[in-house]
Design a binder for this molecule. Structure first.
Ligand code: PLP
Length: 461
């Protein structure tokens, strides 16, 4: 029996692709051309490459204006946790917008939301919440809070990490998102993150994690001028390719933060609320955070983010002064109503459990790809946080070229599968409401697309 047959989800099940025109169809092409007359460049790459115009969406299916129904393995890059247009979110937003939608006065949904966050908090001490509207905004606030609470000025982060595109967050990222935006905020130190697939020869995921943590410890302790306010870390890195480090890494980083008198900021923007098969990503290893940042699927599709921390830390001034940590949209009644309903749905529909069980099922289906395809180096996952590593050569692990991955993306697209296969670390994070039958349909299309590119020796592009 499929797990979802016993699940109380109000989202549709057994969804499948249905194409009635080529992709993109004529209506999509016409509207995209019209949009391109005024749209600034720089939108998410997959949306530009896909070329479809969305008409409606439900669960894990997206229907374009030409009438083609696609299956969605992108899941809003973690935003679409509840599936598209969850009927209870639709109702919660409709009801609330008719009553009151803006402003920072206390509202009943916000009171309920704060209770609900607190009752699922990742550690006993961390319960005070401030609300924002984007992930980067919550991260920036966490950085300001850490400075206020410690009186220190510097930060440590990790190569491959992603925390947003504002200047403070960008300063802490080791990736090409930073190109040409310097100079960055002084006092930003970036350290190694132990990607198990790329661990040096002769090392295991565990020994690589220990080595990376030791390197950081040594660097900080040998620098008498270090003045670290906080270490910020994703428990598992999303943007770097849904990377799952050894379970020893996060606890080791916790210890280092404590040793140098720094706070630990755990960025759960992608990993929170069940995505990895536990409510919080950090619960796989059980660390005590000082500040947690959250967003994405938290809001059920509505833009809302937050930080949570302790009584003592959030009392730090000037962050805690009236208007010191607020923002225009933070915690407005409409956002609060959506997030509150979203957390209720995650509980009622047992979506953390669904993510764990259906995620394991999904992983089992894609693991054979490593044997079957010359260009698949690894398939990995925890819950519905999955990835396929696509390489030119399995022994050197050199990634597939952009030309090759773009071709794979288009092969999936033309078969009605929305994916992030345009990158060599191909990330998969469908809605947490997805059921095993829908996974079967999506994976069958994926195999079809991969069979086609294997025949064409895609790794030679
Ligand atoms: C871990 C993490 N932190 C922060 C952010 C920034 O969130 P936003 O795009 O809402 O600013 C992201 C976005 O992908 C993220 O993955």
């Amino acid at each position: 029996m499929f797990l979802n047959e016993s699940m109380n989800s109000s989202q549709p099940k057994n969804q499948r692709v249905n194409l009635v025109t080529e992709v993109p169809g004529p209506k999509s092409r016409e509207l995209r051309a019209r949009e391109d007359r005024h749209l600034a460049p720089g939108l998410q790459g997959f949306a530009l490459m896909a070329g479809i115009v969305v008409d409606s969406a439900s669960g894990s299916a997206v229907t374009d204006i030409d009438g083609n129904t696609h299956l969605d393995l992108i899941g809003g890059i973690g935003v679409n946790g509840l599936g598209h247009s969850h009927p209870r979110i639709v109702k919660a937003i409709q009801d609330q917008v008719a009553k009151a939608s803006v402003g920072s006065f206390t509202s009943a949904p916000r009171v309920e939301l704060l209770d609900r966050i607190s009752s699922n908090r990742p550690s006993e001490k961390v319960h005070r919440t401030q609300l924002y509207s984007s992930g980067a905004e919550a991260v920036e606030s966490a950085l300001r809070l850490a400075k206020c609470a410690t009186g220190k000025t510097e930060f440590v982060s990790f190569w491959g990490g992603f925390h947003g595109k504002t200047m403070g967050a960008l300063s802490l990222m080791g990736s090409d998102f930073k190109d040409k935006f310097g100079p960055f905020v002084p006092g930003s130190r970036i350290s190694r993150y132990p990607h198990p697939y790329h661990c040096p020869k002769g090392m295991t995921a565990d020994s690589f994690a220990t080595a990376c943590a030791e390197e950081l410890r040594k660097n900080l302790k040998s620098d008498s001028k270090s003045d670290i306010a906080a270490i910020i870390i994703e428990p598992m890195q999303g943007t770097a390719g849904n990377v799952i480090p050894s379970d020893q890494f996060l606890p080791a980083i916790r210890s280092i933060a404590t040793e140098v008198g720094a706070l630990l900021i755990v960025d759960e923007m992608i990993t929170g609320f069940g995505r990895t098969g536990k409510y919080w990503g950090m619960q796989h290893t059980g660390v005590e955070p000082d500040i947690v940042t959250l967003g994405k699927q938290f809001g059920g599709g509505f833009p809302i983010s937050a930080l949570i921390s302790t009584d003592e830390i959030t009392a730090a001034k000037p962050w805690s002064n009236p208007s010191g940590s607020s923002s225009s949209y933070g915690g407005n009644p409409l956002a609060a109503a959506s997030a509150n309903e979203s957390l209720k749905i995650i509980e009622d529909e047992k979506l953390v459990e669904n993510s764990r069980v259906v995620g394991a099922y999904f992983l089992k289906k894609i693991l054979p790809m490593v044997e079957r395809y010359s260009f698949v180096g690894e398939a990995r996952g925890r819950g519905l946080f999955l990835a396929i590593e696509m390489v030119k050569d399995k022994s050197t692990k050199e990634p597939l070229t952009k030309a090759a991955t773009n071709k794979i993306f288009m092969e999936c697209m033309k078969r009605g599968l929305l994916t992030m296969s345009y990158a060599s670390s191909f990330r998969i994070q469908p809605a947490m409401t997805i059921d095993e039958a829908t996974v079967d349909h999506a994976v069958a299309v994926l195999y079809e697309a991969f069979d086609a590119v294997e025949k064409e020796k895609i790794w030679q592009l």
